[in-house]
Design a protein around this ligand. Structure first.
Ligand SMILES: O=C(O)CCC(=O)C(=O)O
Length: 289
């Protein structure tokens, strides 16, 4: 039987799932929205170039623009997933912004409750910033037609240890489902503006899948404009831990992996000195010294 979604106004504590409403302060939210608005997220595709043709997949764009800090996991290379998918998944990215680090520091005691003794030393060192909203397409008469793309299909996160997430903007319907019966969520909750989620352990993290079914419409808080033709109404940030030895520079990737992500790195380089350096680090010298 389908469960009624929880309203997301009260804390929730289950073994392996914590929900903390109003954890992010108004002041933090304001500063973070400004920061997230200054980034240029990417519309990534799961398959690029030759691989799209080879696998007959077309390009299959993600349902939302994304930005990663710490390490970038490109959808076209497949995501990091222990124990089998560890290499050539994580490209070194810009460091985590101080505003994000201080939120993680405040969350440390709660995070420790979710960590096994072995995981205690593993602090989240990367994060995925998801931008949810509507694409602004135009009809034949040039009138704007928003297409609502604000959702994320069911998946599990493959990095070791707990995942910490927070939400800014309009509430999102977040669900945990058993992959064999996704039509009846086990837990369903509206994630409110400024709330935090932590998921961990064999049930919520490793066995169930999670997804974002939809995002409400509304105009408070005011969200920044991040891309042309995109109306943003929610941002989520999910922090993960990736062992340092699996985070590599572009020049350490194989030629095939470099070829797949080079176009994205070039897009990022246009507004990021970090990715500009990554790109330059792989260039062959044009002249012998
Ligand atoms: O947007 C959300 O709240 C969920 C994000 C998520 O599932 C993820 O980043 O893996």
């Amino acid at each position: 039987m389908a469960v009624e979604p929880l309203r997301g106004t009260e804390p929730i504590e289950n073994p392996g799932f914590s929900y903390l409403p109003r954890f992010i302060t108004e002041a933090e939210s304001e500063a973070l929205l400004q920061y997230f608005g200054s980034l240029k997220p990417l519309w990534e595709s799961r398959y690029v170039g030759d691989r799209a043709t080879r696998e007959g997949q077309g390009s299959r764009r993600l349902t939302r623009p994304v930005y990663w800090l710490g390490a970038w996991q490109f959808a076209c290379l497949g995501y990091y997933s222990a124990p089998n998918h560890l290499e050539e998944k994580c490209l070194r990215a810009e460091p985590m912004a101080p505003g994000l680090v201080s939120i993680l520091e405040r969350l440390a005691p709660k995070l420790a409750e979710h960590q096994t003794a072995e995981e205690r030393g593993q602090q989240p060192n990367t994060c995925l910033i998801n931008y949810y909203g509507s694409e602004l397409t135009r009809d034949a008469k040039g009138r704007v037609q928003p297409v609502d793309l604000a959702r994320l299909k069911m998946h599990r996160d493959g990095e070791p240890g707990p995942v910490v997430m927070f939400s800014l903007g309009q509430p999102a319907l977040f669900e945990f489902v058993d992959g064999a019966k996704p039509e009846t969520p086990e837990l369903s909750v509206w994630l409110a503006n400024r709330s935090v989620v932590i998921l961990s352990g064999p049930h919520y993290k490793d066995s169930l899948y999670h997804r974002v079914v939809r995002v409400r419409h509304g105009d408070s808080p005011v969200m920044p404009t991040v891309l042309d033709d995109f109306r943003l109404r929610r941002i989520s940030v999910s922090f993960r831990f990736v062992p340092e030895e699996h985070i590599k520079s572009l020049r350490e990737f194989s030629a095939d992996a470099q070829a797949q992500v080079r176009g994205y790195v070039a897009q990022l380089a246009a507004s990021s000195p970090h990715f500009e350096a990554e790109l330059n680090g792989t260039q062959l010298p044009t002249r012998l010294p």
